[in-house]
Design a protein around this ligand. Structure first.
Ligand SMILES: [Zn+2]
Length: 852
């Protein structure tokens, strides 16, 4: 069977232990790497031992020093079966020579070329299931191995691995870099990079109380002058020190280096000792906004937290993927909140995680946090908002439930107990439960194993100016999927008064209906909000009296975090088709000129664009556009506001521009290098070009070519590709759809970036014919593209549509594909949800004229 089945993994775990890999690879050739691995392990039992390998070829081999003559016959392109007859009890060694591809996409070793100086750069990306594409190994997270790497490259290249570089030998124009043996690593965490990298090194203390050690940042030579290398290294080191103290375990690997990887398909990857970050989101080509800076910091803290949760203690199998991802995101916020209290980190956590988590978890395609996984080659499907956004939200709820000190003690005990090993969610809840003196088994059953989430409705009865009754009623967002019964929830409820101190009440929800007795008899509040502080995980729908007050006064709520959540609850009413999106848009138009919080302003601008552009029909859109454009221009020009707020207004204007006078405004900005006092550089210049192209600008080719002459960098070339994909032309769309799959030299990240241009909702008549083909390719994408590609593919495809005709195409396709793999069906249902809501909202409020 292809891949690594959970049965194979379980059998092998009892059969094999104390694994080491001595891996020699030559990456001097352009499209293929040749290597030799020496796998050593202790063996129990009597059967054959199976190695995983799906590279290009295996050649000679030996087992315990005896030549392995039939190695070709032992390899079925997925597995290499070492016959029991060649093995012995106890220690064994297996040696294999092999080759593996090097390519821009679809290989374990990614090769990129710098457009500005033509230099090649290579790096690996093995997560979750590509270690066995790189070399023959036991590719499962719970067979950790010490790895010794020897990497041969052209002379003058540098190389980076998990272990420290110990020696470099130059022979006949090539150099072999030898790396120290590592601590035990899971195979998906093995990494190296090679190329003419420039290195920047600083001496940093990375263990609390430890001596300073050199920490390096590897960069492409062409980007050295733009990168804030000292700042980035210092941020990594600061996180390593603080987390070492919090976890009670110092950084557990021998050295720490980071690399900025070009065209990297993720935000970052946490390889022990060799963290890779996405170059493009770490180097700014124009002045960054606060949101961008906070995002970069959160990514660094996330990857550093993984050095403990993921690297030092690893999930036993990818069914517990949430364990590392949930912790990394939760700890990143905890770190930001402690090191930088001014940053209001839990507001950022709320804005970055909750809408995304709810956006998937309230759909018919959602899964439990713990996700059964039959085979490693389906592990990509386990990635998504449930592990990245719901899981950290669960940890925030758990910390609130048991208290910060008990939570920390439990986590420390868990890490000590499973040092350099593997663990499951049950082990974590046992440790935290013991520290808190509380049995968390029922909590785990509801939050780890049950799919879906609660919607909590507030019901308020007021009599003679006093609260007569306040009920919180919860129901599953997807009753058919989640089944009956309440989720255990602990929240902080706020009774807000316009001219008096608020009342804050902790409330535990145990059943479908919870009466808040402590509220009875108190004066009628301006509004009630049942999730202050965002400890609870639920879509909270306010009662009608609260909605009435908030519609008029939400902008006056002084606390930024609370105000962000209240705007979120009103938006949830829009998404439930209980509040007209035009009413929400009018509220935003009134509130935005006074909104001083950059993140809240950015969020409201996004919802304003969605209300006008997606949730409204053409007539309503046409009637609102003049007001909206005037607001956006005024916001961008307002020098009393932060740069990030002004920039968000400008970006929204560019994204909405469609009237002739607006498009000519974009051309003026492009010609003049500035807009309303804001400098216009790449990538904003490319946003202008892309928008003009998508609106059918004449001579699109020359518009793009002119910009490309100004910006001939790798990034400029990618942006030119994205702009070209925006052309409203059926011939161009047909050619691009084919090229996405046929052109092996096309980087996967470029394809991802171009999806939204191709599926511009304003061109949905042109892109709708590709809906069926896009769905038909899902099994191929699952096998051949990296972790996040399939979600981006589906999201862009379905978000490019807003009409019932498209929903019918998707539903007809689903009905006709009854044998579609369940994980793929779930992904389609997740992406379909927003299209269905869009159709429902548009039909529900069609013809409703905006009230001024
Ligand atoms: Zn992660």
């Amino acid at each position: 069977m292809p891949g690594v089945s959970s049965e194979l993994a379980q059998r092998r775990r009892t059969q094999v232990s104390a694994v080491t890999y001595d891996l020699a690879l030559s990456v001097s050739a352009a499209d293929s790497a040749s290597g030799a691995v020496r796998v050593a392990f202790d063996r129990r039992g009597t059967g054959d031992v199976i190695l995983d390998f799906r590279g290009t070829a295996v050649s000679e081999g030996a087992v315990n020093g005896v030549p392995w003559r039939d190695i070709g016959g032992a390899w079925n392109r997925h597995h290499l079966t070492v016959p029991a007859a060649m093995l012995r009890a106890g220690r064994n060694t297996v040696q294999v020579r092999f080759t593996t591809p090097v390519a821009s996409a679809g290989a374990a070793i990614i090769r990129t070329k710098d457009a500005s100086d033509s230099r090649p750069y290579l790096y690996t990306l093995l997560v979750p299931s590509d270690a066995n594409l790189l070399f023959p190994c036991f590719d499962q997270p719970d067979l950790k191995a010490r790895v010794t790497l020897h990497l041969t490259t052209p002379a003058s290249w540098r190389a980076l691995g998990n272990g420290a570089l110990t020696r470099a030998d130059t022979i006949a124009g090539a150099v072999t870099h030898h790396f120290a043996r590592t601590q035990p690593l899971s195979t998906y965490l093995i990494a190296f990079a090679a190329g003419p990298w420039t290195v920047h090194t600083r001496s940093e203390r990375i263990a609390p109380g430890g001596a300073p050690v050199p920490v390096s940042l590897y960069l492409r030579a062409s980007r050295v002058r733009e990168a804030e290398a000292d700042t980035l290294i210092a941020m990594n080191a600061r996180a390593l020190r603080w987390l070492g103290t919090y976890f009670g375990v110092s950084y557990a690997f021998d050295k720490y280096d980071a690399l900025l990887a070009p065209a990297f398909p993720f935000g970052g990857m946490e390889h022990p000792g060799a963290v890779f970050y996405n170059e493009e989101s770490f180097i700014y080509r124009e002045r960054p906004t606060t949101s961008q800076l906070l995002g970069r910091q959160a990514t660094i803290y996330h990857e550093v937290a993984h050095q403990w949760f993921g690297d030092y203690v690893t999930m036993r199998w990818f069914d517990d993927l949430w364990l590392k991802e949930g912790f990394a995101t939760f700890m990143a916020a905890r770190l930001q909140a402690t090191l930088d209290p001014q940053s209001n980190a839990w507001k950022t956590f709320y804005l970055r995680n909750k809408p995304v988590a709810y956006g998937t978890d309230a759909t018919a395609g959602t899964t439990p946090v713990w996700q059964r996984l039959a085979n490693l080659d389906q592990a990509k499907s386990n990635y998504g908002p449930i592990v990245y956004n719901k899981a950290p939200s669960m940890l925030r709820q758990l910390e609130y439930l048991v208290g910060e000190r008990a939570f920390q003690r439990g986590v420390q005990q868990f890490l000590r107990q499973h040092a350099y090993g593997n663990a499951t969610w049950q082990a974590l809840l046992t440790s935290i439960g013991q520290a808190a003196g509380r049995d968390l088994t029922p909590w785990g059953r509801q939050w780890m194993l049950r799919p879906g989430m609660p919607i909590v409705e507030q019901h308020l009865d007021v009599r003679e100016g006093k609260i007569a009754r306040l009920r919180l009623v919860q129901r599953p967002a997807q009753p058919a999927l989640s089944g009956a019964g309440a989720w255990p929830l602990k929240v902080q409820l706020r009774l807000h008064y316009a001219n008096a101190q608020p009342v804050q009440l902790p409330v535990e929800l145990r059943g479908d209906t919870t009466d808040v007795r402590a509220a009875i008899g108190r004066p009628a509040p301006a509004f009630v909000y049942a999730n202050e502080g965002d400890y609870g995980y639920a879509i909270v729908l306010p009662d009608s009296a609260s909605v009435a007050w908030l519609e008029r006064h939400v902008a006056e709520v002084p606390d930024d975090f609370l105000r962000a959540m209240l705007w979120g609850s009103l938006w949830d009413l829009v998404r439930e088709a209980q509040l007209d999106p035009v009413r929400y848009a009018r509220m935003v138009i009134r509130a935005l000129p006074r909104e001083r919080d950059e993140q809240v302003a950015g969020t409201l601008l996004g919802r304003l664009v969605t209300s006008v552009h997606r949730y409204s029909d053409a007539a309503v859109r046409a009637s609102m556009l003049p007001d909206v454009e005037a607001l956006l221009l005024a916001g961008a020009a307002d020098t009393s506001r932060s740069y990030g707020t002004r920039k968000a207004h400008l970006d929204s204007y560019i994204g909405l521009a469609q009237r002739p006078q607006s498009l000519s405004q974009l051309r003026t900005w492009l010609a003049g290098d500035s807009a309303l006092g804001l400098p216009v550089r790449a990538p904003t210049r490319w946003a202008l070009v892309t928008r003009l192209v998508s609106r059918g600008a004449p001579a699109a080719d020359s518009l793009i070519a002119t910009e490309l002459r100004r910006d001939a960098t790798t990034e400029g070339q990618r942006q030119a590709f994205v702009a070209a994909a925006a052309q409203p032309d059926s011939t161009i769309k047909a050619a691009l759809f084919t090229r996405w799959f046929r052109d092996a030299a096309l980087n996967e990240e470029w394809v991802t970036s171009s999806l939204r241009s191709f599926h511009d909702p304003e061109q949905q008549q042109l892109s709708r014919p590709y809906l069926v083909a896009a769905l038909d390719t899902l099994p191929w994408i699952q096998q051949n593209r990296r972790i996040f590609f399939l979600g981006s593919w589906l999201g862009a495809t379905l978000n490019g549509q807003t009409e019932r005709a498209a929903l019918t195409v998707v539903d007809t396709w689903l009905a006709a594909h009854t044998s579609l793999a369940p994980d793929l069906r779930q992904k389609v249902l997740q992406a379909r949800d927003d299209l269905e809501r869009t159709v429902r909202i548009r039909e529900c409020f069609a013809g409703a004229r905006p009230a001024r």
